[in-house]
Design a protein around this ligand. Structure first.
Ligand code: G3P
Ligand code: CA
Length: 301
């Protein structure tokens, strides 16, 4: 009997007795960063060198050292998540909403031809054969060898886009993994859409996008709401300054300015400790990042 009592006391001290589990408040998982702390996000792929949102542009971004390929998503009439920046396309000489046309109809567009008109110096002949692709083709092609930074565009026009996106990411086993940096980041200008994603899959880091007309600023109320679901902000680069970046960091929010293509701005932003940039030129960003890292090593051997 004495031994029994002793065992019960021991179990209690060790915390092994069954206890009522308290509901835990939901917390935002921190976004792990690579050692250099500066992510290169290939904006629509390496879109300075190939038509944006094509497999060629994404592949180039990867080859040029991008940490992420950035994908804008719209949804077609037949429910395909298509990689496209605009919610309206020109088909049969008429403007049509992506939501009103099928994915097959979208295939009539020639992104390489459009690119060819504007970027003659970089164009190769086979760029003319490039196609618009949907998310499933992108995920089948790249699998888990790349990291995805996905923007939900115009979610109000596409009911169910959040569920379909998560379904595909789950199907490809891209969620709830252990990786050096998150395999998937989701971004949107739409708060409600991000909150819906957070409610369904809180492990995905979320970035709230903003376009500020003047200096970037978020009120206390906005910050409070933001920190309940987001890991960071994506902001037009012209609007940010050191004060804003420091403020976001003090709230544990990452800062990813868009779209940065010149070396000088890249260097300044790195010195301001931003956490990454959207760029059409991942090769340039990689050179600047390497340069900075080497400089640091020389300064502090
Ligand atoms: O997603 C960040 C940045 O790409 C937002 O602008 O118009 O290029 O999608 P946009
Ligand atoms: Ca985007």
């Amino acid at each position: 009997m004495k031994i029994m009592k002793f065992l019960i006391i021991l179990l209690f001290i060790c915390g092994c007795t069954p206890q009522q589990s308290k509901p835990q408040p939901q917390t935002i998982p921190p976004t792990p960063l690579p050692e250099n702390g500066f992510l290169i996000i290939g904006h629509r792929g390496a879109s300075a060198y190939a038509a944006g949102h094509t497999l060629a542009a994404y592949e180039m971004a990867v080859l040029m050292g991008a940490d992420y390929i950035e994908i804008d998503l719209q949804m077609t009439k037949d429910g395909k998540l298509v990689a496209l920046h605009d919610s309206v396309v020109t088909l049969h000489n008429a403007q049509q909403a992506v939501a009103d046309v099928t994915f097959d109809e979208i295939q009539l567009l020639s992104p390489g031809k459009e690119f060819d008109k504007n970027h003659l110096s970089y164009t190769l002949p086979n760029f003319l054969e490039l196609r618009i692709v949907d998310l499933s083709e992108i995920l089948n092609y790249f699998g888990d060898r790349v990291n995805y930074y996905i923007e939900i565009k115009s979610p109000k026009v596409y009911p169910g886009i959040e569920e379909e996106l998560l379904r595909q990411l789950q199907e490809h086993q891209l969620l709830n993994r252990v990786d050096p940096i998150p395999k998937v980041i989701i971004q949107s200008f739409n708060t409600k859409s991000l909150q819906e994603i957070f409610a369904m899959e809180p492990s995905i880091p979320l970035i709230k996008l903003y376009t500020f007309g003047k200096k970037a600023h978020l009120s206390k109320k906005e910050l409070k709401e933001l920190t309940e679901y987001a890991s960071g902000v994506g902001v037009n680069v012209e609007a940010i300054n050191r004060k804003f970046i420091d403020k976001m960091h003090s709230e544990n929010l990452l800062v990813h300015p868009y779209t940065v293509n010149d070396e000088e701005t890249m260097r300044s932003l790195m010195n301001y400790d931003v956490n990454g940039i959207f760029t059409d030129r991942p090769d340039v960003a990689l050179r600047v990042r390497n340069e900075k890292n080497n400089t640091d090593i020389e300064l502090y051997p």
